[in-house]
Design a protein around this ligand. Structure first.
Ligand code: CA
Length: 450
């Protein structure tokens, strides 16, 4: 494990904002994730989450609290635009912003002027009218990088041969739809679609009966690449600005009917929820772990995918669900899965390099999602398609799905209207502050009447 010498990760740093020092917070001084919120007059404003507050970066800049040297002047236009992509695109600006906001939040500079600025520019998140998607995500690509997910889903359709022959050679992905990316908290309407159950003579059109979530980690691109210029595997980490949580909502019955031969389409593109904060790669450095060794007999990645260093990340991921009835009765959300992102077969740098290997260009703010994150255990599965799957019986046919029992007495095979799905993610390691992702939430609302 590489030694961590980054001073912004010093666990002893303390803020004047007491909630930033709470050992349980997702957002200590060592995290400092970027977000976009409705600032003065509702204007989209770049923020940084600290403790239970958000720092209005534009206000800090105009008050001169980010300095007045060349580096600060470089930040000015990027921050004033209100579009965080301009900050994300430059590793230098990201770093300058990180260091200076951290400095402002440290227990110093407590003069009268400093205190007035603290009151104005550091706003309780609970009082913010609206959070936006954290940057403009112009492109969205979804991968399939968890081998446990690929294996379990594959076993439903091909019990004898769950993994297709390409899986261990090529990171599988498809182009998703960026226009329907919504921030955490926005409701998701149950989609209408065409389905055809195996025992039906003809397809029908109507609300999906098999609405599902997919627990994913989103990789947000920083500096992009020119078209025709692939990103080499050892340069790929430098193009990743940070990570967020992603819920790639899916309509399984629509998917089963439409996906051949070209892959996912309307079963996936009706909504994708992202968490509100882009956790910087700098903050995640202590949680890099060796990529799990490939089992004996697995092929080595082709040389263009074989890089240096450890790029798996030990992020604990959790799925919770709360039905409308649970909410009405004051019952807490139920945790139904927990897994680690360290289990992925393909690393994020491998996804970036593979994506650009043909010359495809990535833009600052583009979202590359990992695909459903599942672990080997039944309670580590990151979607209901897998979570309620109970394998096949002695006759080789699928056993009835095993419903999840909610504390209200209700049962779930797939999502019902009123259900809220909540993802959480966090990293912990002795000698470092806990780094969290905040939540990725979405509540299902009824389908539009036909
Ligand atoms: Ca997905």
């Amino acid at each position: 494990m590489p030694e961590i010498t980054d001073p912004t990760l010093n666990p002893d740093l303390k803020s004047w904002l007491s909630s930033a020092n709470d050992p349980a917070t997702d957002f200590p001084l060592q995290n400092l994730p970027l977000c976009s919120f409705a600032g003065e007059q509702g204007r989209p404003t770049i923020g940084i989450a600290v403790g239970d507050c958000v720092v209005d970066v534009d206000m800090l800049m105009h008050a001169g609290a980010l300095g007045d040297d060349d580096a600060a002047r470089g930040l000015h236009d990027a921050v004033h635009s209100g579009v965080s992509n301009f900050v994300l695109a430059s590793p230098v600006l990201r770093r300058v912003l990180r260091e200076r906001v951290q400095d402002f939040m440290l227990d110093k500079h407590a003069g009268q002027q400093g205190r007035r600025l603290r009151d104005k520019a550091v706003i309780p998140r609970a009082g913010v009218a609206r959070f936006n998607v954290p940057c403009i995500m112009r492109n969205y690509t979804d991968f399939y990088a968890s081998i446990d997910h690929a294996r379990t889903v594959g076993s439903m359709f091909r019990p004898d041969n769950p993994l297709l022959p390409n899986y261990k050679h090529v990171p599988i992905g498809y182009h998703g739809r960026a226009s329907t990316i919504v921030p955490s908290g926005v409701t998701v309407r149950r989609p209408l679609g065409q389905t055809k159950p195996d025992d039906a003579a003809a397809p029908a059109f109507g609300p999906t009966k098999r609405l599902d979530y997919e627990l994913e980690v989103g990789c947000v691109i920083g500096e992009g690449n020119a078209i025709g210029e692939p990103i080499g595997i050892n340069d790929a980490p430098g193009h990743i600005a940070g990570l967020c949580l992603v819920n790639d909502w899916s309509a399984r019955d629509v998917q089963a009917w439409e996906y051949q031969p070209l892959g996912p389409f309307l079963a996936k593109n009706f909504a994708t929820t992202v968490s509100l904060f882009i956790v910087p790669m700098d903050a995640l450095a202590p949680f890099r772990v060796p990529t799990p060794a490939r089992p004996a007999g697995d092929p080595a990645p082709l040389p263009y995918l074989l890089g240096e260093g450890d790029w798996s990340l030990d992020i604990t991921l959790e799925v919770l669900i709360q039905s409308a009835q649970m909410r009405e009765r004051g019952l807490s959300p139920l945790s139904i899965s927990r897994t680690s992102f360290a289990n992925m077969y393909w690393s994020l740098p491998q996804l970036v390099t593979h994506h650009t290997s043909n010359g495809c260009n990535l833009l600052p703010g583009d979202l590359l999602a990992s695909g459903t994150v599942s672990g080997p255990g039944a309670d580590e599965r990151g979607c209901l398609l897998e979570r309620t799957w109970d394998g096949t019986g002695p006759d080789g046919k699928p056993k009835p799905r095993k419903a999840i029992e909610l504390p209200s007495g209700e049962k779930r095979l797939f999502l019902e209207d009123g259900d809220e799905v909540i993802f959480r993610g966090w990293c912990e390691r002795s000698g470092f502050r806990r780094i969290g992702f905040g939540e990725c939430r979405g509540t299902v609302t009824p389908a539009k009447a036909q």
